[in-house]
Design a protein around this ligand. Structure first.
Ligand code: 7TS
Length: 418
């Protein structure tokens, strides 16, 4: 890809994280008469202006189908789409563009591996090792597959702090384990799993490793070759990009052996009624017209993230998490759910006598967006004996004012319901 693709790599890294808030137009609005305190980035993060502009430019001038036309607009759309792939490849340090498959998001990425590879790897009596802290998207596809082939889904338990029980992991990883699938950062607890260590152990046991990186991407600089994972799945909308676009990274030697999972246009070389030959990587996994503007937006999000100094970002977010944890814990009857030593900026909690949904509704009235519910991680809720939690999740644009506003909202909820 041309040198023009790498727009941001040469620019100085941004260490003053607090200066970035102004890049996000959504944060300038008021909600119910209050400044918006957006604390739901683990569900979907906001987009910086640069991402919005990139999508608008694509849709305004270059809206055409990719890989097919010889006309200018189609060529420009193809270049934009493929340059987004190259930016993603570069950003996560994948060895080749063949290893970057565009999908709708993490859920689709995991389903792709499950459908295409899972059935080939697994047979009756084999095991898929997951953890107790998975999002449903890293449970249900494996469960469906296991039922289909007569394999067993084995969840590794977690501790009272919400950390993976590493002794149990070692014990449950056996010569029957064909696939190990785990979340890098838990959306419900914030726990950061020791990914490299788990991957190395899984490989030593001969298993293929699938990592759900949905929550890691906005907080950590990911290097897939350093991790040595076989697959890494993530979503654009949790890393300051648009919805409806995501990535499956896969090692080329594995993707090469895998059959397509959806048939249609784009994924073929030749078709007649007797036989179809499939396209090369990554196109054999991208049937149909892709989300071109979404990919362009994700490329712009990756450009944006490329400029961030990640040690500075991690320091900013962990200071904010610590501050928020202290302030929230001061409220009478609060229990924090998820107290791992290694935590990303996710704060799940319950308040005695007040349902999480009521907490969410009252703080919304104070202009604060938090998520309430089971966070698509019902086994986590069961493990901690709660039906739901309220979850404040912080991204690079949050600050202490957002925490103060949350506390005002929580105090209002306590006054109203007690
Ligand atoms: N894995 C994790 C760890 C997630 O947090 C999510 C979404 C997914 C997978 C699925 O991602 P998708 O983009 O395919 O939907 N998590 C959340 C959440 O915490 N609140 O809303 C969505």
């Amino acid at each position: 890809m041309s040198a023009a693709v790498k727009t941001s790599a040469a620019l100085a890294p941004i260490t003053d994280i607090a200066s970035l808030r102004g890049d996000f137009p959504a944060l300038r609005q008021r909600v119910h008469g209050h400044p918006l305190a957006y604390l739901d980035s683990a569900a979907s993060s906001q987009c910086p202006q640069a991402v919005i502009d990139a999508i608008a430019r694509q849709q305004s001038l270059d809206h055409a189908n990719v890989h097919r036309g010889v006309h200018q607009l189609s060529e420009r759309a193809t270049l934009a789409y493929e340059s987004a792939r190259e930016r993603v490849r570069d950003y996560i340090n994948a060895a080749s563009e063949h290893e970057i498959v565009f999908t709708r998001g993490t859920t689709e990425s995991i389903n792709l591996v499950c459908s295409s590879l899972g059935g080939r790897l697994l047979s009756s009596g084999d095991e898929v090792l997951i953890t107790w802290m998975e999002h449903h998207s890293n449970i249900v596809p494996w469960q469906m597959l296991c039922e289909h082939v007569g394999a067993r889904l084995v969840p590794v338990p977690i501790t009272d702090a919400g950390e993976l029980d590493l002794e149990a992991f070692d014990r449950l990883l056996t010569d029957r384990t064909r696939i190990v699938a785990f979340v890098h950062v838990s959306n419900a607890l914030g726990t950061v799993n020791p990914a490299r260590e788990l991957i190395a152990k899984a490989h030593a046991a001969g298993a293929v490793v699938v990592v759900d990186g949905a929550q890691a991407m906005p907080h950590k600089r990911i290097d897939v070759r350093d991790l040595d994972c076989d697959f890494y799945a993530f979503s654009g909308h949790k890393m300051f990009g648009p919805t409806g676009i995501g990535v499956l990274y896969g090692k080329e030697r594995l993707l090469d052996t895998m059959p397509p999972w959806q048939g249609g246009g784009e994924m073929i070389l030749t078709v007649d009624f007797d036989r179809t030959t499939f396209n090369a990587l990554p196109y054999k996994f991208e049937a149909g017209t892709p989300n071109i503007a979404g990919a362009v937006g994700l490329g712009a999000a990756v450009d944006y993230l490329s400029r961030i100094d990640f040690p500075a970002l991690e320091a900013h977010e962990s200071a904010l998490l610590e501050h928020a944890t202290e302030r929230v814990a001061e409220i009478d009857g609060v229990r924090i759910v998820g107290t791992a030593a290694e935590k990303a900026s996710v704060l799940s909690f319950v308040i005695d006598g007040i349902h999480a949904h009521d907490v969410g509704t009252i703080v919304d009235g104070a202009g604060v967006a938090v998520r309430t519910g089971h966070h698509c991680a019902m086994p986590v809720m069961d493990r901690f004996g709660v039906p739901a939690t309220a979850r404040a999740s912080f991204a690079l644009y949050n600050n202490e004012d957002d925490v103060d506003q949350l506390i005002v909202g929580l105090r209002q909820a306590v006054e109203l319901f007690r």
